[in-house]
Each structure stands twice: as C-alpha cells, then as structure tokens.
Ligand binder design. Structure first.
Ligand code: NAG
Ligand code: NAG
Ligand code: NAG
Ligand code: NAG
Ligand code: NAG
Ligand code: NAG
Length: 764
C-alpha cells in the first residue's frame, strides 16, 4: 500500500482523500465525478501495486480530457491481469475511459463478486466472457464504446442485472427470447451495434424497463406489440433499423414515455396520431423516413403534449397539424417531404419563436411568398424550404434575423429579386439558393459569413463578375455558380491565400472570358493533397454549433446538395462528399492554353474544361492527376497529340477530347482505347482504335504545332509500351468513387455505410 500511495500522492492534490479511503479499505474512488479527484495531467498506473485485498470498490473512471476526449489514465504496463490479480473480490469496479487498449483481459472472468462493472470506452477488443452474464450479484454492466464482438448469450437464469449498456460495439446476432430472464432490467442500451433479427415478443416481460435504446442496428421484422406492456418506459429509441409493419397500437399505453424515436425504418400503415396525443409526457417523437401515413384529425386539442422534437418527414401529411398551434417550446420541427400545400400559415411563424432551432418544410407544395414573420424565429439555426413552389422576393431580414443561422436551404423554388444582405458575425455554413430566379449581383456582404463552407447559386439569373472577394472566406470549400450570367475576365487573386480551402468549383454555363485562372489554381492548396481512397459522392458532415443566445451546443448533421457533372453525366446530388475535388470551368468562353499548374492538383477527381476556346496542346502534366476519374476537354481548339503519359491515369473512367484539332495516334493497348469513339470524334487528325481510321505509314502525322510541348504523341513511337500495359492491367476498372447513387430521401444508405451517429462519435 505504501508504494502505491507514494506514487499517486506525487501527482494528485487529493492524497488525503486517498489515504482515508485506503485505510478504510472499502472504497477507493478516484473518478472525475469527485471534484478533488480530477486527473490534471496524463498519468499512468505504472506504479500502482495494489495489495488492497479488502478493497470492495475501485473507481478510476472518467479521467479524460473533455476537449480532446483523450483518456488521462492508461492501464498497459502493468496490464490489467497483473495489476488486479489480487482484487478479484471487488464488488464495484469502474474503469470507464481508462485507456486499456487490448483484448478483453482473461482475468475479467474471475471478478464474479462484482455488482457493478464499468468498462466503457476503454479500447477493449474481442469477446466479452459470457460468464459475466451469470454472475449472481451483477446489477450494472457497462461496456459501451469499445470494439467488442460476439453475440449476446442465452440467459438461462433470472438475473440481478438492472443496467446493461453494450452500445457502440460490434456485437452481432440476435436478441434471444431468453432476454426475458433479465427481469430486473431498467436500462438496455444496445444501439450502434450490428445486431439483427426480430426483437422477441418476450421483451414485453421486462416490466421494469425504463430506457430501451436499440437504434442503428439491423433489426428487422415487426416491432413487438408487447412493448406496449412496458408502462415504465421513459425512452424508446428504435431508429435506423429495418423494422417493418405497423406501429403497435399498444404504444398508446406508454403513458410515461418521454422519447419515442421510430424514424428511418420500413414501418408502414396508417397511424392515427391520436395515439400519440394521449401520451402527455412525450416531448420527442420521430416518425420520419418510413412508409407511414399519419392521420391527424382536424380540430384543436387545447392541451396536446408539448413537443421539443417532432419529426414527421415523409409521413403523407397534407396539412399542417392543428396541434402545432399550441406548441410552446419546440426546438426541432421537421415536416419534409409531405404533401402540404398552400402558403406557410402566419400562425406557424408565431409559435415557439424563441425556441425553434431547426425548421424543415422542404419538399412540400408550399406556395406564396415567405412572410418576413419567419424572421421572428430568433434562434433558428437551420431553415430548410427547398423543393417547394414558393415565389416572390426573399424577406430582406433573412440575412440577419438569427445569430445562430447555420444552414439556409431555399433551393428549387421560384424566388425572384435579389439575394438579401448578410449581417456581420453571421454563423452561416451553408447557403443553397440554387434553381430559383434570383437576379442582380451576389451581395458583397456574403463576405461577412466567415464560416461559410458551401455556397451554391446555380441555375439563377445572377449577373455579376467573378466573386474574387469571396476568396477571403477561410472555410469556403464548395462554390457553385453554374448556369447564371456571370461574366468577364477572372482577375488575379488578391493574395495567395484566396480560396485556399476550395475543393469544388463549378462556374460552368456562364460567360467568363480571358485565360483560365491559373493564379487561382495555384492557390487551391487543398486540391493538391492526393486523396485516392474510399470516397463516395455522398457524405454527411457533423458540426457542433454553439448557440450565442444561451451558450448551449447543438449538433448539425447535414450534407451538401448540388448539381455536378462527372463522367459525362449531370445530376443533382442530394448529398455530396465535400472531400471530392472537382473543377468545372466548362461552357464558358475561356481562351488560351491549359495551364501546366493544373497538374499540381493531385487530389483532383474531375476536370471539365469542355466547350471553351482553349488552344495549344494537352499538357502531359495532367498525367500527375493520379486520382482523376473524369477528364473532359471536348469542344475546344486543342492541337497536337494525346500525350502518352495520360495512360498512367489508372482511375480514369471518363475521357473526352472530341471536337478539337488533335492529331496523331490514340495511344494503343491501354484504357484510352476503351472509351467509345465519341470521346475522340471530330478531330481530323486522330487515328487508331476506337476510331475507324487506322494509323498507317501512308498517313504521315501532322507536324506538331507551335504551342505543342515536347511530350507530344511524336515520342510515342520511340518508346515501348511497357508502362502503358501495366497501367492497363491494374487500373481503371477500380474507381475510387462509387458512382451515381442518388439519395432521394432516406438517409439509410449513408447512415449505415458511414455509421453516422446521432449523438456520439464512436471512439476507436
Ligand atoms: C498478490 O498476493 C500474493 C499473496 O498474497 C502476493 O504474493 C503478491 O505479491 C500479490 N500481487 C500483487 C500484484 O500485489
Ligand atoms: C481465474 O479463476 C480460475 C478458477 O477459479 C483459476 O483457475 C484461474 O487461474 C483464475 N485466473 C486468473 C488469471 O487468476
Ligand atoms: C402484453 O401485450 C400483449 C400485446 O399487446 C398482450 O397480448 C399480452 O397479454 C400482454 N402481456 C402481459 C403479461 O401483459
Ligand atoms: C410525466 O412526467 C411527470 C414529471 O416529469 C411525472 O411526475 C409523471 O409521473 C409522468 N407520467 C405521467 C403519466 O404523467
Ligand atoms: C413577427 O413578424 C412580423 C413581421 O415581421 C412583425 O410585424 C411582428 O411584430 C413580429 N411579431 C413578434 C411577436 O415579434
Ligand atoms: C464527348 O463530347 C461530345 C461533345 O461534347 C459528346 O457529343 C459526346 O457524346 C461525348 N462522349 C461521351 C462518351 O460522353
């Protein structure tokens, strides 16, 4: 004991407490929940030599840096087995967030006297010993946020377990009927695992259950109606599974329910919303993203439950529910993708003015103008009105009414007039105004939105020069000006840090003239990093948003949506991955040569310079764009040959140089041959497969033009094809990007694929 104390005492200000605890030999509490026991610095249990054979409780939990999430205590040398060898008589052991980072210690199975075991977030891998579930006295078992595998056991005897937390692990298999044996269970957390199968009916026998979290698994089959017998339930969260069938009517018996999350499943049928209106304690209800039809009777229930979160997206609603009139503290109201027509009612803009943070009315049939009363929502962080039939000018207050506004999505309406002015200190991260009829210039006040990461104004009638003044925005990653009347020469950047974060720039279908903006290309530093990896077009992003009003924080999960042309296909993507690097300068009047500097953007996935007036040769430096999947240079005045080096672009899946003045052979025996002849047609001088005209000696290659560079096709004949054949063998079929998957509404695909967590980031 002496050596243990001496080592700890040096580091901890709370030594007196420890001494006391150790002499008593009963409880040793060293967790951050005690104010004296904060571990202020990284420390290790290296010196810990516990001979505290009478110790009954040891708590070293939650000593972690709350900013970085890093554990401050680690248990590696000595490891768990040698350190706790003599402590197997413990009754309580809590090591949550102590960094153990190993497979489950074999000794763990010997702590059969435990009543409470907490090992959350310890970096444990492998299988949990099944004996643990048979320990007679165990009441609390918390092993969430590890990387544990294996299946839940069959329970063959009744158990004292009250708290079972298995969340955010890789447990698989089913929950067996024998779960009913855990009849003292109050909390069951098994979310964010890989559990599957149907939930057994017998779960309705866990009469004490108050918290049941099973979201983000692969459960299927019907939701058992027996859950309606669990009248103690306070929180029931079953989101993001594959549950099908109806919502059991028995849920109307769950009078103590405060949270019911059923969104993102395959539930169907018609639901009479009365069953939820009876649950007066229900403050959070999510039914979105199923195949439900929700029936809400007209007429006003004067005392509906007071919701904080209500998500009824894609629920076949045709009117705004009347019970909303009596809501007073809603923070999150989502009615996306219903059939609600008519104007946004004035009363709706007068409920929950102070509390509403997230308002999503997108994809309905809303008509009329947006009243300035919308600016009464003084705490709004997210405003989504896209895909409606709204008209008129945007209220001028829209740019300054809430100092929390982060996402403004008004795309796909018929808004006209000019874009409002944005206030200083704006928190906006995403502005999507695409597909409207907005006119005039981009307001210079957009430069006030210092956090702006995404701006799209595609398909409007804006008339302006290149917005070089947006260059000062340090976060701007995606800029889409496609299909407007932007025009003129793109001037030089003002500093070499302008647009430094840019990853996707699309100025296509405008009237820009002059040379390609090589000085900007020089600036796009983030595009220089090679990112060959497992990207997809879609990816949601999570941000933590601190509300200036009360300092509280919210999480925003969202994806950027815009039109992109990639691989010759133009599509509207509901969510695109902002890690993608795309340059689309097509369909303008750019002239001059293709600058060599483009070859430095190693992260580039797609380059479209088509339909301009570009001259000169195709720079062989483009062969440095190793991640490139799509290259379109068609409809220009390019001369010379196709550089042999381009055969090194192993990921290239789309290539188009048609309608130029290129000449010479298409490099044979590699993937360039596999693109169809329409990729090459309209070039008088090109020959070879896939074009019909063969390259013969009778057809002398055209003399290289003046601008042509040393790497022209002429050298093709002098060197062998070794490099090229290797490129052909290992490349091109394997695109890094998963193509053409469009999410229409259900977040299922990426939620599953990327394990997007609602509240937590899994700690690995
Ligand atoms: C465990 O107890 C045995 C016998 O009491 C003792 O010899 C040994 O040193 C103890 N181990 C540790 C790690 O304290
Ligand atoms: C655990 O207990 C078993 C049987 O009680 C014993 O054989 C084994 O040595 C113990 N394991 C450890 C690591 O002490
Ligand atoms: C539990 O609920 C089911 C269906 O709602 C019902 O048939 C069953 O009798 C109930 N069981 C008990 C013990 O209450
Ligand atoms: C509802 O909540 C209140 C306060 O949180 C609580 O006292 C009450 O028991 C709950 N249940 C019902 C049915 O009202
Ligand atoms: C709500 O907005 C309207 C229109 O801007 C305004 O006339 C009204 O005073 C506002 N109401 C409140 C309570 O702020
Ligand atoms: C290449 O571009 C031309 C002109 O833009 C187009 O007609 C042709 O279909 C394109 N080829 C492919 C394979 O997309």
């Amino acid at each position: 004991m002496a050596s243990f104390l001496s080592s700890i005492m040096l580091k901890k200000p709370s030594a007196c407490l420890l001494i006391l605890a150790c002499f008593l030999s009963i409880t040793l509490r060293f967790s951050s929940s005690h104010p004296l026991c904060h571990a202020h610095e990284r420390s290790s249990l290296l010196q810990f030599k516990a001979r505290l054979s009478h110790l009954s409780s040891l708590d070293l939990s939650y000593n972690f840096d709350s900013d970085s999430g890093e554990s401050l205590l680690e248990l590696k040398t000595p490891d768990f087995n040698s350190l706790f060898q003599n402590l197997t008589g413990l009754e309580e052991l809590s090591l949550s967030h102590v960094n153990i980072s190993s497979t489950v210690p074999s000794l763990l199975a010997n702590f059969s006297s435990l009543t409470s075991l907490s090992l959350s977030g310890c970096g444990l891998k492998g299988k949990l010993p099944v004996e643990i579930f048979q320990w007679p006295n165990l009441q609390i078992l918390k092993v969430g946020f590890n990387d544990l595998t294996g299946e839940l056991p069959h329970f063959n005897q009744s158990s004292a377990l009250e708290v079972l937390r298995l969340e955010a692990n890789s447990f698989s298999g089913e929950i067996h009927t024998s779960i009913e044996k855990l009849d003292s269970l109050i909390e069951l957390y098994a979310y964010s695992c890989d559990l599957s199968g149907a939930i057994p009916f017998s779960i309705g026998n866990l009469k004490q259950l108050k918290y049941l979290y099973l979201f983000e698994n692969n459960f299927s089959g019907p939701i058992p109606s027996s859950l309606g017998n669990l009248t103690q339930l306070i929180k029931l969260e079953l989101s993001s599974n594959y549950f099908s069938g109806p919502i059991p009517f028995s849920f109307s018996k769950l009078i103590n329910l405060n949270t019911l999350f059923l969104d993102d499943n395959d539930l169907n049928g018609t639901v009479d919303f009365d069953m939820f209106l009876r649950l007066k304690n229900l403050t959070s209800l999510t039914l979105s993203d199923n195949n439900l039809s929700i029936l809400i009777r007209p007429g006003v229930d004067k005392t509906p439950p007071q919701y904080m979160t209500l998500k009824l997206s894609f629920c076949n609603l045709s009117v705004f529910p009347d019970f909303l009139r009596h809501q007073e503290r809603m923070g999150n109201l989502q009615l996306r993708g219903n059939h609600i027509g008519g104007p946004i009612p004035e009363w709706l803009m007068n409920i929950c003015r102070k509390t509403l943070f997230h308002l999503n009315l997108a994809e309905n049939y809303l008509t009329g103008e947006v009243s300035p009363a919308i600016c009464n929502f003084s705490s709004l962080g997210v405003l989504r009105l896209f895909k409606n039939k709204l008209v008129g000018e945007l209220p001028s207050c829209l740019g300054n009414f809430s100092d929390s506004l982060a996402l403004l999505e008004l795309a796909d309406n018929s808004f006209s007039g000019s874009i409002p002015v944005f206030a200083k200190g704006s928190q906006l991260r995403m502005i999507n105004l695409g597909h409207n009829q907005l006119q005039g210039k981009l307001p210079r006040s957009l430069a006030n939105c210092k956090m702006l990461g995404f701006l799209t104004v595609e398909n409007n009638q804006l008339n302006d020069g290149f917005p070089y003044w947006l260059g000062s925005l340090p976060e701007l990653r995606i800029l889409v000006l496609r299909s407007n009347n932007f025009q003129g020469v793109v001037e030089e950047p003002q500093t070499d840090l302008d647009f430094v974060a840019l990853r996707i720039i699309d100025v296509s279908y405008n009237k820009f003239t002059g040379k390609l903006p090589s000085a900007y290309i020089q600036n796009w530093k983030t595009m220089r990093n090679s990112s060959v990896g497992s990207l997809s077009y879609m990816r949601t992003k999570r941000y933590q948003q601190r509300l200036p009003s009360d300092g509280s924080t919210r999480f925003l999960t969202y994806g950027f949506s815009t039109t992109i042309t990639i691989k010759g296909v133009t599509r509207y993507y509901d969510v695109i991955n902002e890690e993608l690097c795309i340059i689309d300068l097509s369909n303008n009047n750019f002239g001059g040569q293709i600058p060599e500097v483009i070859g430095e953007l190693k992260g580039l996935h797609a380059l479209d310079l088509s339909n301009n007036n570009l001259t000169g040769g195709i720079p062989s430096a483009l062969a440095n764009l190793k991640a490139l999947e799509s290259l379109d240079l068609s409809q220009n005045n390019l001369t010379g040959g196709i550089p042999q080096e381009l055969t090194q672009l192993n990921f290239l899946q789309y290539f188009n140089v048609s309608h130029n003045r290129l000449a010479g052979p298409i490099p044979p025996a590699n993937q360039l041959e596999t693109f169809g002849s329409s990729s090459y047609e309209g070039n008088m001088g090109l020959c070879g497969i896939p074009l019909p005209n063969k390259c013969g000696n009778s057809e002398p290659p055209l003399p290289p033009s003046q601008e042509e560079r040393e790497d022209s096709w002429g050298s093709v004949f002098e060197f062998g094809w070794k490099v090229v054949v290797i490129g052909y063998g290992c490349g091109f079929v394997v695109g890094v990007i998963i193509g053409h998957v469009v999410i229409t509404r259900n977040s299922r695909w990426f939620a599953k694929f990327f394990r997007v967590k609602n509240l937590y980031v899994r700690r690995k």
